[in-house]
Ligand binder design. Structure first.
Ligand code: TYD
Length: 209
């Protein structure tokens, strides 16, 4: 079986990093080689972009923000994601193109077509096999975050916009699923695993939206 490229999306504090770990453990236990990674900051150069992007002291224009994010994505796709898939590893990635559509497109108000174009340029058209949106009411997301960085310092209306955008865009993503991010972490993991084509896993719940 070909290695899968799986993306977790959702607001800050939706539990994406916890899920990356839990999923990685579950897949590894089934003998599947896994690489976990994230955006922004999945490469050495990307970690520098990440620092610039998250520093609350940095004021920047929305287009500058998008250009840094897609630069980060390009490095990440070429240096990390494609090589891992080519080696036969499954890739579990926190955030990808949908983040830019939700945050920079809807959140910052940049034209969606521009975000699409830059995403395509950055990824060379590499699409995830599965996308799981960990959905969280914006109030819960805000309570869970500590307003540590430039994005988390945005208010309720920004996060509301981002959430609505995510819920809208995920509907057009092939094998894109919404999972309730308020569930306990092991339950979220189980919901995700149930959608994946895993050898020996109960496939009864695989059908559906
Ligand atoms: P991340 O490290 O995933 O934060 P968290 O773990 O809190 O969810 O991402 C850092 C910030 O970068 C996050 O607030 C969202 C933002 N971001 C975008 O706005 N657009 C993007 O395309 C990506 C990849 C991230």
């Amino acid at each position: 079986m070909r290695p899968l490229f799986i993306v977790l999306e959702g607001p800050d504090a939706a539990g994406k990093s916890t899920q990356l770990q839990l999923l990685s453990q579950a897949l590894t236990a089934r003998g599947i080689p896994v690489l976990t990674t994230r955006e922004p900051g999945g490469t050495p150069l990307g970690r520098k972009f990440r620092e610039i992007l998250l520093d609350p002291k940095n004021r920047m224009r929305p287009l500058t923000e998008l250009l840094l994010l897609v630069a980060d994505r390009h490095e990440h796709v070429e240096e990390v994601i494609k090589p891992a898939l080519a080696r036969g590893q499954w890739v579990l990635c926190s955030r990808y193109t949908l983040s830019s559509l939700a945050y920079q497109g809807r959140g910052r108000g940049l034209p969606l077509e521009l975000v699409h174009q830059l995403n395509r340029l950055a990824t060379g058209g590499l699409e995830p096999d599965y996308v799981f949106l960990l959905d969280l009411p914006p109030q819960v997301a805000l309570e869970r975050t500590k307003l540590r960085d430039r994005f988390e310092g945005e208010g309720l209306s920004f996060f509301t916009q981002v959430r609505l955008a995510y819920l809208e865009f995920i509907r057009n993503v092939p094998r894109g699923y919404v999972v309730d991010g308020t569930f306990p972490p092991p339950q979220v993991t189980a919901e995700i695993l149930a959608r994946l084509p895993l050898p020996g896993y109960d496939s009864a719940v695989k059908e559906g939206p």
